[in-house]
Design a protein around this ligand. Structure first.
Ligand code: GLY
Ligand code: MN
Ligand code: MN
Length: 478
Protein backbone atom coordinates (compact mmCIF):
# COMPACT_ATOMS: atom_id res chain seq x y z
CA UNK A 1 0.00 0.00 0.00
CA UNK A 2 1.19 3.52 -0.69
CA UNK A 3 3.18 5.33 1.95
CA UNK A 4 2.70 8.94 2.79
CA UNK A 5 5.63 11.16 2.00
CA UNK A 6 7.07 12.77 5.13
CA UNK A 7 7.14 16.51 5.72
CA UNK A 8 10.95 16.49 5.80
CA UNK A 9 11.11 14.71 2.46
CA UNK A 10 8.73 17.23 0.98
CA UNK A 11 10.83 20.09 2.33
CA UNK A 12 14.04 18.70 0.85
CA UNK A 13 12.40 18.21 -2.50
CA UNK A 14 10.81 21.64 -2.63
CA UNK A 15 7.34 20.15 -2.36
CA UNK A 16 6.17 22.12 0.61
CA UNK A 17 5.90 25.29 -1.36
CA UNK A 18 2.40 26.54 -0.87
CA UNK A 19 0.47 26.07 -4.03
CA UNK A 20 -1.38 29.36 -4.15
CA UNK A 21 -4.84 29.14 -5.56
CA UNK A 22 -3.90 30.64 -8.85
CA UNK A 23 -0.99 28.24 -9.42
CA UNK A 24 -3.12 25.28 -8.36
CA UNK A 25 -5.79 26.20 -10.88
CA UNK A 26 -3.14 26.84 -13.53
CA UNK A 27 -1.71 23.32 -13.02
CA UNK A 28 -5.09 21.60 -13.12
CA UNK A 29 -6.20 22.71 -16.54
CA UNK A 30 -5.12 22.21 -20.11
CA UNK A 31 -3.97 18.59 -20.21
CA UNK A 32 -4.77 16.36 -23.16
CA UNK A 33 -6.69 13.12 -22.74
CA UNK A 34 -3.92 10.48 -22.95
CA UNK A 35 -6.03 7.48 -21.97
CA UNK A 36 -5.01 4.56 -24.20
CA UNK A 37 -8.12 2.80 -25.39
CA UNK A 38 -6.52 0.45 -27.89
CA UNK A 39 -4.40 -1.63 -25.50
CA UNK A 40 -4.20 -5.36 -26.12
CA UNK A 41 -3.91 -7.83 -23.22
CA UNK A 42 -0.38 -8.79 -22.20
CA UNK A 43 0.94 -11.82 -24.07
CA UNK A 44 0.84 -13.87 -20.86
CA UNK A 45 -2.72 -12.84 -19.85
CA UNK A 46 -4.31 -16.15 -20.84
CA UNK A 47 -1.62 -18.02 -18.93
CA UNK A 48 -2.04 -15.90 -15.80
CA UNK A 49 -5.79 -16.59 -15.89
CA UNK A 50 -5.15 -20.34 -16.05
CA UNK A 51 -2.61 -20.12 -13.22
CA UNK A 52 -5.09 -18.21 -11.04
CA UNK A 53 -7.71 -20.87 -11.73
CA UNK A 54 -5.21 -23.51 -10.60
CA UNK A 55 -4.51 -21.62 -7.38
CA UNK A 56 -8.21 -21.04 -6.79
CA UNK A 57 -8.91 -24.77 -6.97
CA UNK A 58 -6.43 -25.38 -4.16
CA UNK A 59 -8.09 -22.98 -1.70
CA UNK A 60 -11.89 -22.98 -2.18
CA UNK A 61 -13.73 -20.57 0.10
CA UNK A 62 -10.60 -18.70 1.19
CA UNK A 63 -9.60 -15.10 0.49
CA UNK A 64 -6.13 -15.11 -1.12
CA UNK A 65 -3.86 -12.05 -0.99
CA UNK A 66 -0.71 -11.79 -3.11
CA UNK A 67 1.14 -8.45 -2.93
CA UNK A 68 3.67 -7.21 -5.48
CA UNK A 69 5.59 -5.43 -2.72
CA UNK A 70 6.81 -1.91 -2.07
CA UNK A 71 9.99 -0.15 -3.11
CA UNK A 72 12.98 -0.57 -0.78
CA UNK A 73 14.93 2.42 0.42
CA UNK A 74 18.49 2.57 -0.89
CA UNK A 75 19.48 5.73 0.96
CA UNK A 76 17.37 8.48 2.44
CA UNK A 77 14.82 9.31 -0.26
CA UNK A 78 16.22 7.17 -3.07
CA UNK A 79 15.00 3.63 -3.67
CA UNK A 80 16.45 0.52 -5.29
CA UNK A 81 14.94 -0.21 -8.69
CA UNK A 82 11.62 -1.89 -7.91
CA UNK A 83 11.31 -5.65 -8.57
CA UNK A 84 7.83 -7.10 -7.88
CA UNK A 85 7.35 -10.40 -6.08
CA UNK A 86 7.64 -13.32 -8.49
CA UNK A 87 4.37 -14.92 -7.35
CA UNK A 88 2.44 -11.71 -8.04
CA UNK A 89 3.99 -11.49 -11.51
CA UNK A 90 3.27 -15.18 -12.15
CA UNK A 91 -0.42 -14.69 -11.38
CA UNK A 92 -1.00 -11.27 -12.99
CA UNK A 93 1.84 -10.16 -15.29
CA UNK A 94 1.69 -6.84 -13.40
CA UNK A 95 5.03 -5.28 -12.48
CA UNK A 96 3.94 -2.04 -10.82
CA UNK A 97 4.83 -1.37 -7.21
CA UNK A 98 2.39 -1.41 -4.30
CA UNK A 99 -0.09 -3.60 -6.19
CA UNK A 100 -1.98 -6.48 -4.55
CA UNK A 101 -3.81 -9.36 -6.21
CA UNK A 102 -6.85 -10.52 -4.26
CA UNK A 103 -8.76 -13.70 -5.08
CA UNK A 104 -12.23 -13.26 -3.61
CA UNK A 105 -13.99 -16.55 -2.78
CA UNK A 106 -17.32 -17.17 -4.50
CA UNK A 107 -20.19 -19.30 -3.19
CA UNK A 108 -19.48 -22.06 -5.74
CA UNK A 109 -15.90 -22.52 -4.46
CA UNK A 110 -14.28 -20.59 -7.30
CA UNK A 111 -12.69 -17.13 -6.94
CA UNK A 112 -13.07 -13.72 -8.53
CA UNK A 113 -9.69 -12.07 -9.10
CA UNK A 114 -9.25 -8.34 -8.46
CA UNK A 115 -6.02 -6.37 -8.85
CA UNK A 116 -5.64 -3.44 -6.47
CA UNK A 117 -3.28 -0.90 -8.01
CA UNK A 118 -2.15 2.68 -7.70
CA UNK A 119 -4.27 4.58 -10.21
CA UNK A 120 -2.97 7.29 -12.47
CA UNK A 121 -2.03 10.51 -10.64
CA UNK A 122 -4.97 12.72 -9.89
CA UNK A 123 -5.20 16.09 -11.63
CA UNK A 124 -7.85 17.50 -9.34
CA UNK A 125 -5.99 17.23 -6.04
CA UNK A 126 -2.62 18.15 -7.50
CA UNK A 127 -1.03 14.76 -6.71
CA UNK A 128 0.51 14.56 -10.17
CA UNK A 129 2.86 17.45 -9.49
CA UNK A 130 2.84 17.90 -5.69
CA UNK A 131 3.45 14.31 -4.60
CA UNK A 132 7.03 13.09 -4.71
CA UNK A 133 5.78 9.96 -6.51
CA UNK A 134 3.33 11.85 -8.72
CA UNK A 135 3.31 11.62 -12.47
CA UNK A 136 5.64 14.58 -13.09
CA UNK A 137 8.22 13.06 -10.71
CA UNK A 138 8.14 9.32 -11.37
CA UNK A 139 6.39 9.13 -14.72
CA UNK A 140 2.92 8.21 -15.86
CA UNK A 141 1.23 5.19 -14.34
CA UNK A 142 -1.46 3.27 -16.19
CA UNK A 143 -5.03 4.20 -15.40
CA UNK A 144 -7.09 1.45 -13.79
CA UNK A 145 -8.99 1.02 -17.05
CA UNK A 146 -5.75 0.65 -18.99
CA UNK A 147 -4.58 -1.96 -16.50
CA UNK A 148 -7.86 -3.84 -16.83
CA UNK A 149 -7.20 -4.17 -20.55
CA UNK A 150 -3.57 -5.20 -20.10
CA UNK A 151 -4.01 -7.67 -17.26
CA UNK A 152 -7.46 -8.97 -18.21
CA UNK A 153 -8.61 -8.43 -14.63
CA UNK A 154 -10.93 -6.05 -12.79
CA UNK A 155 -8.73 -3.36 -11.20
CA UNK A 156 -9.47 -1.20 -8.19
CA UNK A 157 -7.75 1.68 -6.42
CA UNK A 158 -5.20 0.33 -3.90
CA UNK A 159 -6.35 2.98 -1.44
CA UNK A 160 -9.60 1.03 -1.00
CA UNK A 161 -7.88 -2.22 -0.08
CA UNK A 162 -7.48 -1.57 3.67
CA UNK A 163 -11.22 -1.11 3.98
CA UNK A 164 -11.90 -4.29 1.99
CA UNK A 165 -9.49 -6.32 4.12
CA UNK A 166 -10.98 -4.78 7.26
CA UNK A 167 -14.41 -6.17 6.42
CA UNK A 168 -13.12 -9.58 5.35
CA UNK A 169 -14.45 -12.52 7.31
CA UNK A 170 -13.66 -16.19 6.81
CA UNK A 171 -10.32 -17.83 6.13
CA UNK A 172 -7.58 -15.72 4.55
CA UNK A 173 -4.15 -16.63 3.16
CA UNK A 174 -1.47 -14.00 2.63
CA UNK A 175 1.84 -14.09 0.80
CA UNK A 176 4.03 -12.55 3.49
CA UNK A 177 7.27 -10.65 3.21
CA UNK A 178 6.41 -8.07 0.57
CA UNK A 179 3.97 -5.50 1.91
CA UNK A 180 4.10 -4.41 5.55
CA UNK A 181 0.89 -2.38 5.18
CA UNK A 182 -1.13 -5.37 4.02
CA UNK A 183 0.40 -7.53 6.74
CA UNK A 184 -0.58 -4.97 9.38
CA UNK A 185 -4.14 -4.82 8.01
CA UNK A 186 -4.44 -8.62 8.25
CA UNK A 187 -2.43 -9.16 11.44
CA UNK A 188 -5.30 -10.60 13.44
CA UNK A 189 -6.83 -12.57 10.57
CA UNK A 190 -4.03 -14.80 9.30
CA UNK A 191 -1.66 -17.35 10.83
CA UNK A 192 2.01 -17.90 10.03
CA UNK A 193 1.47 -21.63 9.55
CA UNK A 194 -1.34 -21.32 7.02
CA UNK A 195 0.48 -18.56 5.16
CA UNK A 196 3.56 -20.76 4.93
CA UNK A 197 1.43 -23.52 3.38
CA UNK A 198 0.20 -20.93 0.88
CA UNK A 199 3.75 -19.90 0.01
CA UNK A 200 4.71 -23.54 -0.54
CA UNK A 201 1.79 -24.10 -2.94
CA UNK A 202 2.71 -20.94 -4.89
CA UNK A 203 6.30 -22.17 -5.18
CA UNK A 204 5.26 -25.65 -6.30
CA UNK A 205 2.92 -24.29 -8.98
CA UNK A 206 5.97 -22.87 -10.74
CA UNK A 207 7.90 -26.15 -10.98
CA UNK A 208 6.60 -26.98 -14.47
CA UNK A 209 6.81 -24.10 -16.93
CA UNK A 210 4.13 -23.35 -19.53
CA UNK A 211 4.91 -22.49 -23.13
CA UNK A 212 5.02 -18.75 -22.46
CA UNK A 213 7.59 -19.25 -19.70
CA UNK A 214 9.71 -21.60 -21.81
CA UNK A 215 9.79 -19.06 -24.65
CA UNK A 216 10.88 -16.35 -22.20
CA UNK A 217 13.62 -18.55 -20.73
CA UNK A 218 14.79 -19.41 -24.24
CA UNK A 219 15.07 -15.71 -25.05
CA UNK A 220 16.82 -15.02 -21.74
CA UNK A 221 19.46 -17.62 -22.67
CA UNK A 222 19.89 -16.20 -26.17
CA UNK A 223 20.33 -12.65 -24.89
CA UNK A 224 22.71 -13.96 -22.22
CA UNK A 225 24.83 -15.60 -24.94
CA UNK A 226 25.06 -12.22 -26.68
CA UNK A 227 26.15 -10.68 -23.38
CA UNK A 228 28.94 -13.25 -23.07
CA UNK A 229 30.05 -12.40 -26.62
CA UNK A 230 30.14 -8.70 -25.67
CA UNK A 231 32.42 -9.59 -22.76
CA UNK A 232 34.82 -11.58 -24.95
CA UNK A 233 35.11 -8.56 -27.26
CA UNK A 234 36.21 -6.28 -24.42
CA UNK A 235 38.62 -8.75 -22.77
CA UNK A 236 42.14 -7.48 -23.37
CA UNK A 237 44.70 -9.99 -24.65
CA UNK A 238 47.69 -7.81 -23.66
CA UNK A 239 46.27 -5.53 -20.96
CA UNK A 240 44.32 -6.49 -17.83
CA UNK A 241 40.57 -5.89 -18.01
CA UNK A 242 38.87 -4.69 -14.81
CA UNK A 243 36.22 -7.10 -13.52
CA UNK A 244 34.04 -4.01 -13.14
CA UNK A 245 34.27 -3.40 -16.90
CA UNK A 246 33.20 -7.01 -17.51
CA UNK A 247 30.27 -6.56 -15.15
CA UNK A 248 29.25 -3.30 -16.85
CA UNK A 249 29.54 -4.80 -20.31
CA UNK A 250 27.20 -7.65 -19.46
CA UNK A 251 24.84 -5.28 -17.67
CA UNK A 252 24.53 -3.14 -20.77
CA UNK A 253 23.33 -6.15 -22.75
CA UNK A 254 20.88 -7.03 -19.97
CA UNK A 255 19.36 -3.56 -20.00
CA UNK A 256 19.20 -3.32 -23.78
CA UNK A 257 17.59 -6.71 -24.39
CA UNK A 258 15.91 -7.39 -21.08
CA UNK A 259 14.83 -5.76 -17.87
CA UNK A 260 17.96 -6.25 -15.79
CA UNK A 261 20.43 -8.90 -14.74
CA UNK A 262 18.63 -11.76 -12.94
CA UNK A 263 21.22 -11.83 -10.13
CA UNK A 264 24.50 -10.11 -9.35
CA UNK A 265 27.01 -11.08 -12.05
CA UNK A 266 29.99 -13.14 -10.92
CA UNK A 267 32.96 -11.72 -12.85
CA UNK A 268 35.72 -13.71 -11.20
CA UNK A 269 39.22 -13.64 -12.64
CA UNK A 270 42.20 -15.71 -11.50
CA UNK A 271 41.82 -16.95 -7.91
CA UNK A 272 38.53 -15.05 -7.49
CA UNK A 273 36.98 -17.88 -9.52
CA UNK A 274 37.38 -20.14 -6.49
CA UNK A 275 34.80 -18.03 -4.61
CA UNK A 276 31.40 -19.37 -5.65
CA UNK A 277 29.61 -16.04 -5.57
CA UNK A 278 32.37 -13.52 -6.24
CA UNK A 279 30.29 -10.38 -6.87
CA UNK A 280 32.68 -7.76 -5.53
CA UNK A 281 34.15 -7.67 -9.03
CA UNK A 282 36.92 -5.30 -8.01
CA UNK A 283 39.86 -7.23 -9.47
CA UNK A 284 41.41 -7.55 -12.89
CA UNK A 285 41.28 -10.26 -15.56
CA UNK A 286 44.85 -10.73 -16.70
CA UNK A 287 46.05 -12.54 -19.82
CA UNK A 288 47.09 -16.03 -18.71
CA UNK A 289 44.32 -16.23 -16.10
CA UNK A 290 40.90 -17.78 -16.33
CA UNK A 291 37.76 -15.67 -16.11
CA UNK A 292 34.71 -17.35 -14.57
CA UNK A 293 31.67 -15.41 -15.73
CA UNK A 294 28.33 -16.40 -14.16
CA UNK A 295 25.64 -14.06 -15.44
CA UNK A 296 22.07 -14.05 -16.70
CA UNK A 297 19.80 -11.64 -18.54
CA UNK A 298 16.38 -11.19 -16.96
CA UNK A 299 13.73 -10.63 -19.63
CA UNK A 300 11.23 -7.77 -19.59
CA UNK A 301 8.74 -10.29 -18.19
CA UNK A 302 11.25 -11.11 -15.41
CA UNK A 303 12.44 -14.62 -16.35
CA UNK A 304 16.15 -15.13 -15.88
CA UNK A 305 18.87 -17.25 -17.45
CA UNK A 306 21.71 -18.52 -15.24
CA UNK A 307 24.79 -19.34 -17.29
CA UNK A 308 28.48 -19.78 -16.51
CA UNK A 309 31.46 -20.05 -18.79
CA UNK A 310 35.09 -20.20 -17.70
CA UNK A 311 37.24 -18.54 -20.30
CA UNK A 312 41.01 -18.21 -20.81
CA UNK A 313 41.43 -14.43 -20.82
CA UNK A 314 43.99 -14.48 -23.63
CA UNK A 315 42.04 -17.04 -25.64
CA UNK A 316 44.14 -20.18 -24.95
CA UNK A 317 43.91 -22.56 -21.99
CA UNK A 318 47.22 -23.51 -20.40
CA UNK A 319 47.70 -27.31 -20.09
CA UNK A 320 46.76 -27.35 -16.41
CA UNK A 321 43.75 -25.08 -16.92
CA UNK A 322 42.59 -27.36 -19.71
CA UNK A 323 42.99 -30.45 -17.53
CA UNK A 324 40.67 -29.00 -14.89
CA UNK A 325 38.31 -27.63 -17.54
CA UNK A 326 38.01 -31.01 -19.27
CA UNK A 327 37.19 -32.72 -15.97
CA UNK A 328 34.39 -30.24 -15.28
CA UNK A 329 33.17 -30.59 -18.85
CA UNK A 330 33.04 -34.39 -18.49
CA UNK A 331 31.07 -33.97 -15.27
CA UNK A 332 28.64 -31.60 -16.94
CA UNK A 333 28.14 -34.02 -19.84
CA UNK A 334 27.33 -36.80 -17.37
CA UNK A 335 24.95 -34.51 -15.48
CA UNK A 336 23.14 -33.34 -18.60
CA UNK A 337 22.72 -36.92 -19.82
CA UNK A 338 20.84 -37.68 -16.60
CA UNK A 339 18.24 -34.95 -17.19
CA UNK A 340 15.15 -36.63 -18.66
CA UNK A 341 11.53 -37.17 -17.72
CA UNK A 342 11.07 -39.76 -15.03
CA UNK A 343 14.62 -39.44 -13.72
CA UNK A 344 15.08 -38.56 -10.08
CA UNK A 345 15.88 -34.88 -9.55
CA UNK A 346 19.06 -35.81 -7.72
CA UNK A 347 20.32 -38.11 -10.50
CA UNK A 348 22.06 -35.38 -12.48
CA UNK A 349 23.78 -34.13 -9.36
CA UNK A 350 25.16 -37.56 -8.49
CA UNK A 351 26.16 -38.28 -12.10
CA UNK A 352 28.17 -35.07 -12.30
CA UNK A 353 29.68 -35.24 -8.82
CA UNK A 354 30.77 -38.83 -9.34
CA UNK A 355 32.78 -37.81 -12.41
CA UNK A 356 34.39 -34.98 -10.48
CA UNK A 357 35.30 -37.40 -7.68
CA UNK A 358 36.81 -39.84 -10.20
CA UNK A 359 39.10 -37.12 -11.55
CA UNK A 360 40.15 -35.94 -8.12
CA UNK A 361 41.02 -39.50 -7.12
CA UNK A 362 42.87 -40.12 -10.41
CA UNK A 363 44.94 -36.98 -9.80
CA UNK A 364 46.03 -38.41 -6.46
CA UNK A 365 44.45 -35.68 -4.34
CA UNK A 366 42.80 -38.17 -2.01
CA UNK A 367 45.65 -40.55 -1.32
CA UNK A 368 44.85 -44.16 -2.04
CA UNK A 369 41.15 -43.96 -1.25
CA UNK A 370 38.76 -45.49 -3.76
CA UNK A 371 36.20 -43.43 -5.64
CA UNK A 372 33.41 -45.25 -3.78
CA UNK A 373 34.94 -44.44 -0.44
CA UNK A 374 35.55 -40.80 -1.38
CA UNK A 375 32.01 -40.44 -2.67
CA UNK A 376 30.49 -42.11 0.36
CA UNK A 377 32.36 -39.82 2.73
CA UNK A 378 31.89 -36.76 0.50
CA UNK A 379 35.62 -35.98 0.58
CA UNK A 380 35.57 -34.60 -2.98
CA UNK A 381 33.38 -31.78 -1.78
CA UNK A 382 36.44 -29.90 -0.48
CA UNK A 383 36.91 -28.95 -4.16
CA UNK A 384 33.40 -29.16 -5.61
CA UNK A 385 31.71 -27.17 -2.85
CA UNK A 386 28.18 -26.68 -4.19
CA UNK A 387 25.23 -28.69 -5.47
CA UNK A 388 25.06 -29.25 -9.22
CA UNK A 389 21.98 -27.22 -10.06
CA UNK A 390 18.55 -25.81 -9.31
CA UNK A 391 15.32 -24.80 -11.02
CA UNK A 392 15.24 -21.46 -12.81
CA UNK A 393 12.35 -19.25 -13.83
CA UNK A 394 11.13 -15.95 -12.39
CA UNK A 395 13.68 -16.46 -9.61
CA UNK A 396 17.19 -17.59 -10.36
CA UNK A 397 16.77 -20.17 -7.61
CA UNK A 398 13.18 -20.87 -8.54
CA UNK A 399 10.56 -22.76 -6.56
CA UNK A 400 12.73 -22.51 -3.46
CA UNK A 401 9.84 -23.20 -1.05
CA UNK A 402 8.62 -26.35 -2.84
CA UNK A 403 8.50 -29.41 -0.61
CA UNK A 404 11.38 -31.86 -0.97
CA UNK A 405 9.10 -34.62 -2.22
CA UNK A 406 8.16 -32.51 -5.24
CA UNK A 407 11.58 -30.94 -5.84
CA UNK A 408 14.90 -32.38 -4.67
CA UNK A 409 13.43 -35.78 -3.78
CA UNK A 410 11.03 -35.67 -6.72
CA UNK A 411 11.02 -36.71 -10.35
CA UNK A 412 11.82 -34.64 -13.42
CA UNK A 413 8.87 -33.77 -15.67
CA UNK A 414 8.64 -32.19 -19.12
CA UNK A 415 8.52 -28.41 -18.74
CA UNK A 416 10.93 -28.20 -15.81
CA UNK A 417 13.95 -25.99 -16.46
CA UNK A 418 17.06 -26.41 -14.36
CA UNK A 419 20.75 -25.62 -14.34
CA UNK A 420 23.52 -28.19 -14.58
CA UNK A 421 26.58 -26.46 -13.16
CA UNK A 422 29.39 -28.62 -11.83
CA UNK A 423 32.60 -26.92 -10.80
CA UNK A 424 36.02 -27.48 -9.30
CA UNK A 425 37.55 -24.87 -7.03
CA UNK A 426 41.14 -25.02 -5.79
CA UNK A 427 41.69 -22.25 -3.26
CA UNK A 428 44.91 -20.26 -3.58
CA UNK A 429 45.89 -21.25 -0.02
CA UNK A 430 45.05 -24.95 -0.29
CA UNK A 431 48.24 -26.75 0.69
CA UNK A 432 46.72 -30.18 -0.04
CA UNK A 433 46.87 -29.73 -3.81
CA UNK A 434 49.86 -29.24 -6.12
CA UNK A 435 50.89 -25.62 -6.49
CA UNK A 436 49.92 -25.52 -10.15
CA UNK A 437 46.27 -26.15 -9.24
CA UNK A 438 46.07 -23.46 -6.57
CA UNK A 439 43.92 -20.49 -7.56
CA UNK A 440 42.11 -22.30 -10.37
CA UNK A 441 38.31 -22.30 -10.36
CA UNK A 442 36.18 -23.70 -13.19
CA UNK A 443 32.39 -23.88 -13.49
CA UNK A 444 30.33 -24.62 -16.58
CA UNK A 445 26.61 -23.90 -16.23
CA UNK A 446 23.81 -24.42 -18.72
CA UNK A 447 20.03 -24.10 -18.56
CA UNK A 448 18.31 -27.35 -19.42
CA UNK A 449 14.66 -27.85 -20.38
CA UNK A 450 13.21 -31.28 -19.64
CA UNK A 451 11.36 -32.41 -22.79
CA UNK A 452 9.08 -35.38 -23.51
CA UNK A 453 12.01 -37.32 -24.95
CA UNK A 454 14.97 -36.10 -22.92
CA UNK A 455 16.21 -32.55 -22.68
CA UNK A 456 17.13 -29.42 -24.59
CA UNK A 457 20.01 -27.15 -23.68
CA UNK A 458 18.55 -23.64 -23.88
CA UNK A 459 21.99 -22.07 -23.53
CA UNK A 460 23.59 -24.16 -26.30
CA UNK A 461 24.31 -20.91 -28.17
CA UNK A 462 27.50 -20.73 -26.12
CA UNK A 463 30.37 -23.21 -26.70
CA UNK A 464 31.22 -25.71 -23.98
CA UNK A 465 34.24 -27.80 -24.97
CA UNK A 466 37.67 -26.27 -24.43
CA UNK A 467 38.39 -26.37 -28.18
CA UNK A 468 35.08 -24.76 -29.05
CA UNK A 469 35.60 -22.04 -26.44
CA UNK A 470 39.02 -21.19 -27.91
CA UNK A 471 37.71 -21.16 -31.50
CA UNK A 472 34.76 -18.99 -30.48
CA UNK A 473 37.00 -16.47 -28.73
CA UNK A 474 39.32 -16.32 -31.73
CA UNK A 475 36.39 -15.73 -34.07
CA UNK A 476 34.88 -12.99 -31.92
CA UNK A 477 38.19 -11.18 -31.68
CA UNK A 478 38.61 -11.23 -35.47
N1 GLY B 1 24.31 -17.69 -10.33
C1 GLY B 1 23.88 -18.37 -9.17
C2 GLY B 1 23.91 -19.82 -9.36
O1 GLY B 1 24.57 -20.30 -10.26
O2 GLY B 1 23.25 -20.54 -8.68
MN1 MN C 1 22.98 -21.60 -10.96
MN1 MN D 1 25.03 -19.24 -12.04
Amino acid sequence: MTEQISESQKRKNGLNQKANDELAEHMKRGWADTERRDLEPLAQAEHTARRRAGLSARFPGELLVIPAGNPKVRANDTDFPFRPSSDHVYLTGNQSQDAVLVLEPEADGSHRAVAYLRPRSDRENGEFWLDYHGELWDGRRNSLTENERLLGLPCRDIRTLTERLGEATGPIRLLRGYDAGVEAALRDKVTAERDEEFRVVLSEMRLVKDEFEIAELRFACEATARGFEDVVRVLGTDEPTPERAIEGTFFMRARIEGNDIGYASVCAAGPHATTLHWVRNDGEARPGDLLLLDAGVETRTLYTADVTRTLPVDGRFTPVQRTVYDAVYAAQEAGMAAVKPGAGYRDFHHAAQRVLAEHLVAWGLLGDRSVDEVYELGLHRRWTLAGTGHMIGLDVHDCARARNELYVDGTLEPGMVLTVEPGMYFQADDLTVPEELRGIGVRIEDDILVTESGNENLSAGLPRTADDVEAWMTRLRG
